[in-house]
Ligand binder design. Structure first.
Ligand SMILES: Cc1cc2nc3c(=O)[nH]c(=O)nc-3n(C[C@H](O)[C@H](O)[C@H](O)COP(=O)(O)O)c2cc1C
Length: 181
């Protein structure tokens, strides 16, 4: 009989992650060890053929925040303590021989979600951001051409009193097909 003891703890973290759009601007910058711990969870993510075609750029402070704002002009996104810019290197990723499909997006998505879950476990808020201007982001942070920015993840202390958004999800029965379509 498998041991399911750790499942509630895992589900608790998965449930606790939400798109945090209110950060506590008054708080101190994050400790580098804390950010490293969060990124270590990404390092452990699986990737196609174990290619690990990723790089995580950590930026913080007023100048970096302004550059983030230029690429993603939303006031709420200015208040995080730090930002992780998740970069893919498609040339290093596995491409399926049959059709050439580049799997760097898939690899990065898994790693980024590990970041979000680890941050949740450490009491930090995150939000996936993809709706930015990639060229402005690239120019602002001198991102070399071989890297593709996949997401910006603000990382910070959730503002006090800002509740997590309710989970609005399809029911399980709607998303499972047992045995046949
Ligand atoms: C690939 C991806 C891109 C997203 N891009 C943005 C974004 O640019 N801005 C934003 O505010 N939220 C963004 N989100 C957050 C989603 O809106 C959010 O995850 C979804 O509404 C579910 O809410 P929850 O994360 O609180 O559970 C993105 C999420 C994903 C997975």
């Amino acid at each position: 009989m498998p041991n399911f003891e750790s499942y509630p703890a895992l589900l608790n973290i998965i449930n606790g992650r939400y798109s945090c759009r209110a950060y506590d601007l008054g708080r101190e910058l994050l400790d580098r060890d804390l950010i490293t711990a969060v990124i270590d969870a990404a390092r452990l993510a699986p990737s196609a053929c174990n290619r690990q075609p990723w790089l995580f750029m950590v930026v913080e402070g007023p100048e970096a925040t302004e550059k983030i704002y230029q690429a993603y002009p939303r006031d709420w996104a200015r208040n995080a303590q730090a930002y992780i810019i998740a970069l893919a290197e498609p040339d290093k990723a596995w491409h399926r021989p049959e059709d050439g499909k580049d799997h760097s997006d898939v690899d990065l998505a898994i790693a980024i979600e590990h970041i979000c879950l680890a941050a949740t476990a450490l009491g930090l808020g995150t939000c996936w951001i993809c709706n930015y201007d990639p060229e402005k982001l690239r120019a602002g942070f001198n991102i070399p051409a071989q890297y593709e920015p996949i997401a910006i993840i603000p990382l910070g202390y959730p503002a006090p009193g800002s509740p997590a958004t309710a989970k609005n999800r399809k029911p399980t029965d709607d998303i499972i097909r047992w045995g046949s379509f």
